[in-house]
Design a protein around this ligand. Structure first.
Ligand SMILES: CC(C)(COP(=O)(O)OP(=O)(O)OC[C@H]1O[C@@H](n2cnc3c(N)ncnc32)[C@H](O)[C@@H]1OP(=O)(O)O)[C@@H](O)C(=O)NCCC(=O)NCCS
Length: 169
């Protein structure tokens, strides 16, 4: 597990651990949050624990919990990591539904990108979102990426397939 901690104005980005399972379950079990994510809506806390223990061992991406500094509450999570080609960096994020629309995703993504630039020499970023998920595209644009074309989104279990919008920056 990495031990990176990044502070922004309102958030502490820090490694996720199995002890976060209950907090994480609050949003990954929410269909409104899971709808455009690659995972399917979680229904069992044990699956969240399993994911968290795997994520702690994954060395290809840096996973973060997003903790609100004001009250210490974990309100979302995300990751950033080098793509297989070794040049481009990808990222993702998701937040509790009651925390949407407050600029948290933009704040967290800017911090992860800046950290990757300064510490790992990241220069190129690539990301995508399901076509209807325009808020995510807006976050990417506010972080300096631009739309480059359409692609295909698939959930990990293949249960959903739709057009994606691809971004680079
Ligand atoms: C996508 C998500 C991470 C955005 O988080 P957030 O903290 O609400 O994002 P921010 O507040 O930083 O920015 C969202 C921007 O999109 C805009 N926006 C919101 N809904 C929108 C919509 N339907 N169409 C266009 N723009 C929209 C907001 O106004 C805001 O822009 P502004 O700051 O210029 O007003 C959050 O909605 C979420 O967790 N969704 C579920 C998981 C998910 O889909 N993750 C992304 C997968 S690619």
């Amino acid at each position: 597990m990495h031990n990176i901690r990044i502070k922004t104005q309102r958030l502490l980005l820090r490694p996720l651990t199995v002890a976060d399972a209950e907090d994480v379950f609050e949003w990954v079990s929410d269909e409104r949050v899971a709808k455009y994510m690659v995972y399917t809506t979680y229904t069992d806390m044990e699956d969240v624990r399993e994911w968290l223990s795997f994520t702690g061992q994954d060395t290809s991406t840096y996973n973060f919990g997003f903790e609100r500094i004001g009250d210490g509450k974990l309100i979302g999570s995300g990751d950033i990591g080098r793509d297989e080609d070794g040049e481009c960096w990808g990222f993702g994020y998701n937040f509790r539904y009651d925390c949407w629309g407050m600029g948290y995703a933009t704040e967290a993504l800017k911090a992860m990108m800046e950290y990757a630039r300064e510490n790992f020499g990241a220069r190129k970023f690539h990301a995508s979102h399901c076509e209807p998920n325009l808020a995510s595209g807006h976050v990417m644009e506010k972080c300096g990426l631009h739309f480059v074309g359409y692609g295909e989104f698939r959930k990990l279990d293949g249960s959903c397939k739709m057009r994606s919008m691809e971004y680079e920056g």
